[in-house]
Write a protein that binds this ligand. Sequence first.
Ligand code: 5AD
Ligand code: SF4
Length: 446
Amino acid sequence: MGTTGPAAKSFHVTTFGCQMNEHDSERMKGMLSALGYSEAPSREGADLILFNTCSIRENADSRFIAHLGEAKRLKGEQPDIVVGVGGCWAQSVKDEVFDRFPFVDVAFGPGQIHKLAEFLTSDSISAQGYFEFEDFAGHLPARRARPFQAWVQISQGCNCACSYCIVPSTRGRESSRRSGEILEEVRGLAAEGVREVTLLGQNVNSYGRDLRGEEKRTFAELLRAVDAVDGIDRIRYTSPHPKDMKEDVVLAHAECPAVCEHIHLPLQSGSSRVLKAMRRTYDRERYLDRVALIREHLPDAALTTDIIVGFPGETDADFEETLEVVEEVGYDGAFTFVFSPRRGTEAAALEQRVPHPLKKERMERLVEAVQRRARERSQRFVGRTLNVLVEGPSRTDPARLRGRSRHNKAVNFEGTAAAGEIVAVEIASATSQTLMGSERLLSRAR
Ligand code: 5AD
Ligand code: SF4
């Protein structure tokens, strides 16, 4: 028998929601590894079953609740299993988690990941909930899915008041991480072999407004500082807010070799009336001005967006305006959502709900327009040679490779490169979301 205490325990984490949640899960995994836990391949057999939940739309809630049923069964068979529920859904219902699901042992909000370690190392036998908002809680080492890509959190929380959105209530007020700490983390990642970083925040381009003194940096300055770190070939970020997409950020794209040619600019609606009811603080004209500014400096950059259909009171004319913007901008891709009322949000209390069949019909028309424009836009890559960061074998055909272009297009190609390499790929054809091609063996890209 070993001499260093009990046999290693294992954990299993299921993640729902956005990239911030993916990153929070990586940090949970890093923390659990530091506590001596190992990762179990499935929930069956794990000593600690964790869910990192999302609450952005109703279907995110229901997907999670379906999975929770399995944890309940496993805990029924083996009562010493620990079941934990973290993330935004937990934060949105707080201690109600334990009333609704009495088999849950520990629940915590997105800002309280570190409290999981406190719970696991304490002798607590009663269920515990941790839902405070705090400033950045020290550095938690992350267990990354790929050795050459990393997420770097630059801020937490959100000070916007979008009337449909639950995030300000689940992730609290905005607080920027000190720029020195961010750069130290990026340098450390580069030294470990990371080539691509994605800067994460609920509203990345309002970064730095709450910082003071030497640490104060705007988002554009932060991009330039990260670009100057040796070894970082690609910088991405998500999500920016159109209101804060100013010329300094666009110029950082144009002038910094590592900042990728892709901007995600969430539109939400093309109707100024609906945007006002959403409390987005820009109207259609201002949004289109920002697009024009981007196109002026970065004519080839990919633009993607988020759009909500069926916001309360959205008329046919409002929806047509959204379609017009989609046609005019020509997005390279869009995430499209049906409005979902969220507890405690202003829009959940609005009357004039759009009937379900109408939402469905609008969604179908929107998806058709988005995909058609994205397919058209994609054709500009055919015949060109693009640098592709190789992620591994293709999911559909293991004989081919898969990677991403700087424009954030998935690229499926013939080649021999290893995961983590950046190679030149000649593009032969393109669909709305994927480019196909073959590696140019004689010209390995930097
Ligand atoms: N209903 C539908 N979509 C929503 N989003 C946020 N809240 C809601 C909601 N209540 C969408 C927005 C946001 C994206 C992350 O999710 O488009 O940009
Ligand atoms: Fe879901 Fe929003 Fe929370 Fe991300 S921040 S997990 S999208 S509710």
